[in-house]
Design a protein around this ligand. Structure first.
Ligand SMILES: Cc1cc2nc3c(=O)[nH]c(=O)nc-3n(C[C@H](O)[C@H](O)[C@H](O)COP(=O)(O)OP(=O)(O)OC[C@H]3O[C@@H](n4cnc5c(N)ncnc54)[C@H](O)[C@@H]3O)c2cc1C
Length: 386
């Protein structure tokens, strides 16, 4: 007996960032027709790097993109913490996570979206959504769909147009400059395929997160209190940073020459619920979080893939959205709370910060992931809470 095929359902998606691309691929691979609108004239991301944790890699396995990330990224051998010039810990040995440049990750997702049949429209800006299932565009037109998805980032206009969704925002004292630099000769070789988290806490907190993202590039996340104006500048203020991290002077010199970097302040936005009628939010539009845990995109990717899975499990869209939020929200709220706590207390500076409790987000396995897939990414015993 054959199961009857579901009629093709249609989604209009606003925002071709990591979340919008991921949900579009996941839906298209499950038979939806998907149109993805990006306000910019090009589909791309800026020059920095990103860590993709086990939770994200498993979700990316489901949509067939993980292999390309493993091929194009770097698996850090371990995560070292260095406080005031002294190495205080080496952890996450053997943990399955990858570093990659944001432009590369973005290009891999965009290629996968096109291959899955997603129609990507650039220079196309949404201004809101109607819960009846209409994406409202800047030119005043309305695009009808079975499901409208706001994946338009932390400043989401789709979210802001949906009055049924309550929002709670919190700002923090820290911010971070992100740049990609060419990998100098002295940092080449596998022994530098790791994360080094350099901290100094006095007179104010500053941090340089050093992550190899490929044979040619290093990603630097340079965190400081936003009240420290010189350390919050793009281009990087070489003098202000070298003074506090003299051992990294050559690296800071290169950061000063980097183009295309940016500065962001830490903030969290909680939205309740994530959907109304036939309109739903994924990614930062639903749950932007402090980067202290390095999980914002990873959680968005997990939720995007599980959304498509839930829509496959339940014919009724309202039921699918409710079930999806029921299973993803506790993990997502937990990630937001943990990252906020880490930003306020700077727990990572002391070393050995990746406790099994902290790794609960990274170890989360969504309903879309089969046990066979999960087994491909074993978690070292030291990093398990089970
Ligand atoms: C310093 C820092 C470090 C981070 N490090 C990590 C990390 O290591 N690992 C990790 O998992 N996460 C990390 N994150 C979080 C991660 O960057 C974000 O969670 C992620 O980029 C959000 O993706 P998104 O697709 O939801 O939103 P965005 O990346 O903001 O993408 C939104 C897209 O929508 C488009 N758009 C916006 N408005 C409209 C509109 N009205 N119409 C059409 N298009 C529109 C935008 O142009 C953009 O392309 C970090 C964040 C910061 C700030």
């Amino acid at each position: 007996m054959t199961t009857p095929r579901k009629p093709t359902r249609h989604a209009e998606v606003a925002g071709a960032g990591f979340a919008g691309l991921t949900v579009s691929i996941a839906l298209a691979r499950r038979g939806w027709s998907v149109r993805l609108h990006e306000q910019n004239d090009e589909v791309r991301d800026f020059g920095a790097g990103i860590l993709l944790w086990r939770n994200a890699m498993l979700a990316l396995e489901v949509i067939g993109v993980a292999e390309a990330i493993r091929d194009n990224g770097v698996r850090p051998q371990y995560y070292e913490t260095n406080l005031d010039g002294v190495s205080v810990s080496a952890e996450l040995l053997g943990y399955p996570y990858w570093a990659i440049t944001r432009p590369k990750l973005h290009a891999l997702l965009a290629d996968a979206a096109r291959a899955a049949g997603v129609e990507i429209v650039t220079g196309s800006r949404a201004v809101g959504a109607d819960p009846a299932g209409v994406l409202i565009m800047e030119d005043g037109g309305g695009l009808e769909a079975d499901l409208v998805i706001g994946a338009d980032g932390a400043g989401s206009v789709v979210r802001n147009s949906l009055g049924d969704l309550a929002q709670e925002r919190k700002k923090y004292s820290d911010g971070v400059c992100r740049v990609l630099i060419p990998r100098p000769e002295e940092f080449r070789g596998e022994q530098w395929d790791r994360v080094v988290d350099f901290w100094t806490l006095g007179p104010d907190a500053m941090r340089i997160l050093f992550i190899s993202t490929g044979p040619e590039t290093i990603y630097l996340g340079m965190m400081a209190e936003t009240s420290n104006e010189r350390a919050s500048r793009i281009p990087i203020d070489v003098e202000a940073w070298s003074e506090r991290f003299p051992q990294l002077a050559p690296i800071v010199e290169l950061a000063g020459k980097a183009e295309g970097g940016r500065h962001d302040s830490y903030q969290t936005t909680r939205v309740t619920p994530w959907s109304t009628g036939r309109a739903v939010l994924v990614g930062d539009s639903a749950h932007s979080m402090c980067p202290a845990l390095g999980q914002g995109a990873s959680v968005g990717i997990v939720n995007a893939v599980d959304l498509a899975h839930a829509l496959d499990q339940y014919d009724d869209i309202g039921q699918a959205l409710a079930e999806w939020e029921r299973r993803e929200r506790p993990m997502t709220d937990g990630a937001q709370s943990r990252s906020g706590y880490m930003a306020e207390t700077r727990t990572l500076a002391r070393g050995n910060g990746f406790t099994p409790e902290l790794l609960e987000t990274a170890n989360f396995v969504s309903a879309a992931v089969s046990p066979e897939l999960a087994a491909l990414y074993p978690v070292p015993e030291a990093n398990r809470s089970w």
